[in-house]
Design a protein. Structure first.
Length: 171
């Protein structure tokens, strides 16, 4: 009823069209040298910072990270999961942020979720947010279409102030 797919089998060459020998061991070396399947591209697992780990400094990854320990510094990731035993003192920037533990600092994310065990002391800049009943939050919440950018909606260009000072000097 089911048949083997021929998608991943090697194309046969004209000289290989001879019938296979009756001995399966004689055919094995030819097959293994001709056909090498591509390794499957599995999504790498999240990096886990265990509960006994204390990091002083910034952490940056394009992948997923789960923090169970203490980080004193900024964290940037694709998916950031803050475990119940975790404490982060710094800015957290990720596409998705799930907070089960404690963050002291700004949180920036496209999707931010504070669970019932979350404690956040700082501002949250988000595109979408969910705060479960029981979560502790002290700070402000601001919605932005692009919360991952370093400039907010209300921030003025940095070059405007020096240009005005130059104009005010007497000539």
């Amino acid at each position: 009823m089911f048949s083997k797919s021929k998608i991943n089998e090697p194309a046969t060459k004209p000289e290989d069209s001879k019938p296979a020998p009756a001995d399966p061991q004689a055919a094995a070396p030819r097959q293994s040298s001709d056909f090498k399947p591509a390794a499957p591209k599995a999504k790498p697992a999240a990096s886990v910072l265990s509960s006994d780990l204390h990091i002083t400094g910034n952490v940056k990854t394009t992948g997923d990270i789960q923090v169970e320990g203490t980080v004193e510094g900024d964290i940037r990731a694709h998916l950031l999961t803050v475990g119940e035993t975790a404490t982060i003192k710094g800015e957290c920037i990720a596409d998705d942020v799930v907070v089960n533990g404690r963050i002291v600092g700004r949180v920036r994310g496209l999707k931010v979720r504070l669970t019932a065990t979350a404690r956040v002391e700082g501002d949250i800049i988000h595109k979408t947010i969910a705060i479960e009943s029981g979560a502790h939050f002290e700070g402000s919440v601001q919605r932005q279409d692009d919360p991952l950018s370093s400039r907010g909606k209300g921030s003025a260009p940095q070059q405007a102030a020096p240009a005005q000072k130059a104009e005010q000097q007497p000539s």
